[in-house]
Design a protein around this ligand. Sequence first.
Ligand SMILES: Cc1ncc(COP(=O)(O)O)c(C=O)c1O
Length: 464
Amino acid sequence: MIPNIEFDTKDLRAKDNRWIHPWEEIARLGEQKRTVITHGEGVYVTDSDGNRLLDGPAGMWCVNIGHGRREIADAIAEQALRLSFFSPWSLSNAPAAELADKLASIAPDGFEHVFFTTGGSTAVDSALRFAMFFNNVLGRPEKKHILSRHDAYHGSTYLAASCSGKAGDKKFMEMENDFIHLLPSPNPFRRPEGMSIEDFCTAKIGDLEAKILELGPARVAAFIAEPILASGGVIVPPEGYQAGCLEVCRRHDVLYISDEVVTGFGRLGHFFASKDVFGIDADIITCAKGLTSGYQPLGATLIHDRVLSRLSGAEVEGAVFSSGFTYSGHPVACAAALKNIEIIERENLLEHAREVGAYFQARLRELNDIPIVGDVRGLGLMACVECTLSNDGEDPSALNARIGDRIDAHCQELGLLVRPMYNMSVMSPPLTITREQIDEMVDILRRGIERAMEDVRREGIWNG
Ligand SMILES: Cc1ncc(COP(=O)(O)O)c(C=O)c1O
């Protein structure tokens, strides 16, 4: 039994204001009134005032098997008692070894080896550092430029953040600009007026090749891409885009890093989406989040054997990949991941996600009839509703009505958490969600959007 604790919201909020949260507006430090989540069960969480909320973002793209799983808590407790930690350098531990082997068995063919990290950012950072190491060892130190895209999000360590393409995040932050280049976003909703999807796709693949040629293929190490740009607003590139980009990379001997921190572990109905959903055979895959369903922090960088095999032989002897973390392959986190994968397999959650994912997308598309809804997009169990007050596709960051925050506030009052971003509401519920819970979610979202629409009409921001 979990001891029943009484929570004092006022007291918790005061204490919480000592915590500098991610993306904190420093001038407002101490003024926040964050909701404090205290419990979770299945697809629902409860706040410190006892309000029950449907967890639309699954924490933050991660609680794939749902909250409050006794089995996973037991696996964590058992491992902490058996062996809580040991150095991953010259020694090993059983859960990490088991997990490395398990990942090789569920990853696409050729991904036989994994580098464990502490989360998504460190998985991305490790992938990028590996790409540079790879070229240094191969005797081509000038081949280290990295290509990414506007609207991408790859994390918050220096390299990963520099590869991220959300304009607002760069305003006051130091970034690496010398060898990291951002290509235009492959967002079909923002494509030039009159351009067909097919032409847009060709143009975006062309952007990649043009940049490689401009820099010189001998100077470009890697292209990093989320299969679906998650935090940029669930941007689903046009069909054939990923495959086209891979072909360009192969032609110029550029590594393709597929960042599956969000799309991995079931969100699109497969353990890994790169191959099974988008048909691409990436060189490096990064994952985190759903790997443990958020029960423990853990990330992983999977490196294809076609890449690793190029670093074998006498001439590369002594080339050490000098990178790693105290908590690489943390036994408790790996035990959580093993149990999480076991649950996903035993409960057929991948099949379930494919089935309810299609229903989720279809139900969400019904929201297109609300006048301020500009675009409903997504795939599987990740989706975004983008509102455009004039419906002419303006830049979301230029909107002043903070419609996403308004929708979020109304939805929370009605019992649903969504993730607001400017004028977008992003959702990625646990894979365990049922059709009935999807109905509940979409119904609340509709009411939330309609209430927000009434607000902006009343305030004269919108007169539709
Ligand atoms: C695609 C992608 N990559 C990397 C990261 C960074 O992961 P983390 O926050 O675990 O460091 C995120 C986080 O949202 C992500 O969405």
